[in-house]
Design a protein around this ligand. Structure first.
Ligand SMILES: C[S@@+](CC[C@H](N)C(=O)[O-])C[C@H]1O[C@@H](n2cnc3c(N)ncnc32)[C@H](O)[C@@H]1O
Length: 317
């Protein structure tokens, strides 16, 4: 099975609307960029980020996005997948089940290709989705990355808001985890915060005191409306949920990326545990929230003052 080749005809030239190459430097500051990620990403160099976390906006079915629909790949049919079906065939089947998802995928696909290009050879992508779209995305990502690159489906279960009495109340999100190379990817539980055993009486006292490593089902409340973590940004995700991903799939000093950054949760977490970050969002409100959240120096994991963050606005924003 062939996977997407960044050197192939799909590679994109830098966008004239982007911030320009040279934007990111290995020893430069952390970056927060206000701009459309479609224009910003081509200006970041290949294989830069060990971990990418993406929490794209929920598939509303409207959009904006048809313009980025690409047809070139259907001619080449380069990616052959399950039962010999080409990626284009599978994409056609999947997206025809749900027109709105077809639009959404046309928006997401070129950005996920960029994510693949930007991951280091041993890097990991976490794609945070709604239960209504995750199954479509999984089939397509299997083809895009390669089926053997699928590492986990994480269920983040929470408990808030109204409860339907006509069906099981839906209280979870799905996070699909894909690695670039299934034979050599970075994963370490050393820094992952442990959690209490469900039945601590069934394990030794020492084990109960230490807690257990999380499985692929994560119970965690949403950001508390009264907690100090709250930024006021509507779709903000809890730091503890994102911190697990960063802790397991990167090391101190590594660069991590979120190009649907919202309130900048990935950046907040990265600073806490000594990772470097690039955040991109096209919404001026998100940019303002990130300025407030990340604009002041804080103490890093070893008590040092963290590097300053550079805030960049791309032309047209
Ligand atoms: C679900 S929110 C992310 C929330 C984030 N994980 C947090 O914890 O705050 C999705 C974000 O994607 C941004 N977005 C949507 N389309 C974008 C685009 N083309 N380029 C950059 N950001 C975009 C939206 O402005 C929104 O802030």
């Amino acid at each position: 099975m062939e996977t997407w080749n960044p050197d192939g005809p799909d590679s994109k030239p830098p966008s004239p609307d982007g911030p320009g190459p040279g934007l990111w430097k290995p020893d430069g500051p952390d970056l927060v960029i206000l701009g459309d990620n479609g224009a910003v990403l081509p200006d970041l160099p290949d294989a830069t980020f060990r971990m990418i976390y993406l929490d794209p906006p929920f598939n509303t079915g409207k959009t904006q996005t048809r313009q980025s629909l690409k047809t070139a790949r259907s001619e080449s049919g380069r990616r052959i997948g399950f039962k010999g079906q080409s990626y284009e065939t599978v994409k056609g089947i999947v997206t025809s089940y749900n027109d709105a998802f077809g639009d959404y995928w046309a928006f997401l696909e070129p950005r996920l290709e960029q994510a693949w290009r930007l991951l280091t050879a041993d890097g990991t992508l976490y794609l945070h989705l709604d239960y209504r779209e995750s199954h479509y995305a999984k089939v397509l990502l299997d083809h895009m990355f390669g089926r053997d690159c699928f590492l986990n489906e994480i269920i983040w279960a929470y408990d808030y808001g109204a409860r339907s009495t006509r069906k099981w109340p839906t209280k979870h999100d799905t996070i699909l985890v894909y690695v670039k190379n299934p034979k050599n990817y970075f994963f370490s539980d050393a820094e992952v915060e442990r959690e209490p055993y469900m039945a601590p009486g069934l394990v030794t006292k020492e084990k109960a005191a230490r807690g257990k490593l999380p499985t692929d089902v994560w119970w965690h409340t949403i950001v508390s409306p009264t907690g100090k973590e709250k930024t006021g940004y509507a779709t903000q995700k809890p730091e503890a949920v994102v911190r697990r991903m960063v802790a397991a799939s990167s090391q101190p000093g590594d660069w991590v990326l979120d190009f649907f950054a919202g309130s900048g949760t990935l950046g907040a977490v990265a600073r806490q545990i000594g990772r470097r970050f690039v955040l991109v969002d096209s919404n001026a409100e998100a940019f303002a929230v990130m300025k407030r959240r990340l604009g002041r120096a804080i103490a890093g994991p070893r008590g040092e003052s963290t590097s300053t963050v550079k805030f960049i606005t791309v032309a047209g924003h």
